[in-house]
Design a protein around this ligand. Structure first.
Ligand code: NAP
Length: 307
């Protein structure tokens, strides 16, 4: 494998794929590194309805496969590997991976984020046995069972709506009294008779035997404790950034996301960030793709200026 690139893109979600399309079309020698499956989190979306150009919606996996095919057509190379560290001290930057080291003159970081966990007793133990982080993947496994969803954002409410198609009942457990999800999504959930809400409530533990049987809950206003019998619980409480390999190289915001300017440049010349990993990202497919294009264009300008 050739080990010297103009641009290395870390992460194969929509931000990375879009960046790769642009750098490849700019005739920059480009490599995209992805440790898992190409496509990122959106591969789990049954139907993406808010990406322009697909009036009937499109399956998330299919969309990212199309993006990958499009970028590959213009010469983007892909490597399945995990990035373990970066050395960005020189003009020629080093990308260390479990498949060996590579060099790049510019790096676009688009490694996204992963699901936040509740960190309560039983969560780890029952993951895959009643605890899930992906309703789109697992909803059908809970046919005719009572389930709970934890969270109050778009993901939680979408999960509840998805689960209502299969489960006997869905209880959304939210730590506050109002949802963060967009109005239209909230309205859909409020109109669905199978979905109920438990406000101001947190999960204290997830209990069961072979699989999940119940949740111990606490009302954060009254302090009252209760038990909720469920066959499964879907955790949808947001994400945390995949920045472990950056280890103090770049300034991050309080939540650990990379701080960039409007050109997607991080504070080290030649290092850019795009998509969910970026501070203040609105974490949408369309904005990730836009970030990727912006990062690619400014990576090219950096490379031209620093020749
Ligand atoms: P989010 O909007 O950050 O919401 C996370 C929810 O989890 C919040 O309601 C939060 O409560 C709650 N929460 C956080 N930590 C918690 C904890 N430790 N215990 C209990 N509850 C906790 O995350 P998201 O819903 O995953 O969405 C992420 C982004 O993706 C958003 O920008 C969202 O709009 C976007 N998204 C878009 C779509 C779509 O448009 N198709 C679908 C899904 C997601 P508080 O409200 O009290 O903070």
């Amino acid at each position: 494998m050739n080990k010297e690139y103009d641009v290395v893109i870390i992460g194969g979600g929509p931000a990375g794929l879009s960046a790769g399309l642009y750098t490849a079309r700019s005739r920059l020698k480009s490599l995209l590194i992805e440790k898992e499956m190409i496509g990122g989190k959106i591969v789990n979306a049954e139907l993406v309805e808010n990406y322009p150009g697909f009036p009937e919606g499109i399956n998330g996996y299919e969309l990212t496969q199309l993006m990958h095919r499009q970028a590959t057509r213009f010469g983007l190379k892909t490597l399945t590997a995990e990035v373990t560290a970066l050395d960005v001290s020189g003009k020629q930057k080093i990308v260390k991976t479990n498949e060996g080291d590579l060099t790049a003159r510019a790096i676009i970081i688009a490694s996204g984020s992963k699901e936040q966990t509740l960190n309560v007793p039983g969560e780890k133990e029952f993951t895959g046995r009643g605890v899930s982080y992906c309703a789109t993947c697992d909803a059908a496994l809970f046919a005719e069972l009572p389930v709970a969803v934890v969270g109050g954002g778009n993901a939680a409410v979408y999960d509840a709506l998805q689960l209502a198609k299969f489960a006997s009942s869905v209880v959304v457990v939210h730590r506050r009294q109002e949802l963060r999800a967009t109005r239209i999504t909230q309205e859909q959930a409020f109109a669905e008779p199978k979905i109920k809400f438990l406000w101001n409530t947190v999960v204290e533990s997830i209990d069961g035997a072979d699989t999940v049987k119940s949740l111990k809950l606490r009302n954060v206003v009254t302090g009252e404790k209760s038990n909720l019998e469920v066959g499964g619980v879907f955790v949808a409480i947001g994400f945390k950034p995949n920045t472990a390999y950056l280890k103090g190289l770049l300034p991050l915001d309080e939540a650990g996301y990379i701080i960039t300017n409007e050109k997607m440049e991080a504070s080290v010349p030649g290092i850019l960030a795009a998509g969910d990993i970026r501070s203040n990202s609105i974490r949408q497919l369309v904005s990730a793709a836009g970030d990727g294009a912006t990062a690619a264009i400014y990576a090219e300008r950096y490379l031209t200026a620093s020749r």
